[in-house]
Design a protein around this ligand. Sequence first.
Ligand code: SF4
Length: 159
Amino acid sequence: MKYLQNMKTMNAVINSNLAQSNTPQSICFPEHITVTTTLRCNYRCVMCYQKSYEGELDWSIYKKLEDILPFARGFQIFGGEPMLYPRIHDLYKLAHKYQNRIDIISNGSLLTDETCESIVANQVGHIKFSIDAGTQKTYKKSAVETFSRSWQALPKSAS
Ligand code: SF4
């Protein structure tokens, strides 16, 4: 689907030219999109500003994004814990369909074989795991969940 890559390149060139000429960028599309899928999280880290938040982005919003996704290069999926989002696999598929470079930030605790298969099938290119301590002892001070739950999930995502 070379035409998708051509559309992204064309959009990037227009964005760059408009930026250099100081022209308002109202005739091009964003190159990078970040969505907060859900504000829910299965952890309750002491430093988290989101821990009492709730709510999820309605799937109809993503359908509206379909007009923009062909032009964007990057699609970042954010939370809460994004793997709690009920349609996370559909979201990977949607971004993959338009050849967006998918980037997700997760606490890593919800990785399962099924999740990993979907990540590989949809070419999720970049996963950032937020593990905010180096040992079980210090981790327990910041999160209610156990360090090992996140840590043990990591090899799955790498294999
Ligand atoms: S894992 Fe991340 S989103 Fe969840 S409570 Fe901790 S800092 Fe907040």
